[in-house]
Design a protein around this ligand. Structure first.
Ligand code: URA
Ligand code: SF4
Length: 220
């Protein structure tokens, strides 16, 4: 199956999923959307009121601000993939529970695998915790971390930043640095692939070393 078909299949499974209690109260599940070959992927928390009504991610107030932030980074929404750690709305926009995050995680993991983005921007603490479980957002926002051969960039959640002027400026500054992070990630990944090809044709044992991508290396 090609990546687009894989994503469509995952979305179909999400829409009929009953793997956690959030399916009882949802109107529409929100699988996420964007091109299957996006270099850049965003992971938010979960659908809010408007997302639950429309079945699409980040279409409310926070979504409008995300569109502005994307523009700051030189992107249009249609160019990036946008998903969430839970695909159904937690009632009253409460935090997702550990068992809901666990039940939903394989959908997101399969989306990431199909898209294979160079850079993942986490929006808020629940998606950050997937990659940097002990980090504090106030310490690490806007920095870059290699995790499993992708560059992870934790950002403040647009909904939080929208209501706090001090965070708003920080998140705008962080988004301004995204093009540089993407370039860094693409170059590093291209080199990894070249060196893996070279070592695998020369010496099968040497491949083990290159597969060991540097973990959580901050580049900025
Ligand atoms: N907030 C999120 O985290 N995700 C959405 O899709 C919308 C708002
Ligand atoms: Fe299924 Fe995820 Fe929705 Fe729970 S939140 S019902 S695991 S799609």
């Amino acid at each position: 199956m090609n990546p687009t078909d894989v994503l469509n299949e995952i979305a179909a499974q999400v829409r009929r999923c009953e793997d956690c209690q959030l399916h009882f109260s949802r109107k529409l599940a929100v699988p996420g959307e964007g091109p299957s070959n996006s270099e850049l992927m965003f992971i938010g928390e979960g659908p809010g009121f408007h997302e639950n009504e429309q079945g699409r991610p980040f279409v409310g107030q926070a979504g409008k601000f995300l569109d502005e932030l994307l523009e700051v980074a030189g992107f249009q929404r249609q160019q990036v993939f946008i998903a969430n750690v839970v695909k159904c709305r937690p009632p009253g926009n409460r935090d997702p529970l550990p068992e809901e995050l666990a039940a939903c995680s394989s959908y997101l993991d399969r989306q990431i695998e199909a898209i294979n983005p160079s850079v993942i921007v986490t929006l808020g603490r629940f998606s950050m915790a997937k990659y940097l479980p002990s980090a504090r957002i106030s310490d690490v926002h806007g920095k870059t971390f290699w995790v499993h051969e992708r560059l992870i960039v934790p950002m403040f959640h647009p909904a939080a930043a929208l209501h706090q002027p001090s965070l708003k400026n920080l998140v705008i500054q962080d988004f301004r640095k995204l093009p540089e992070a993407i370039q860094t990630a693409k170059t590093a990944r291209a080199k990894m692939i070249t060196s893996m090809k070279r070592t695998s044709s020369e010496d099968p044992k040497a491949e083990e070393k290159t597969e060991d991508a540097p973990e959580q290396l901050s580049l900025f």
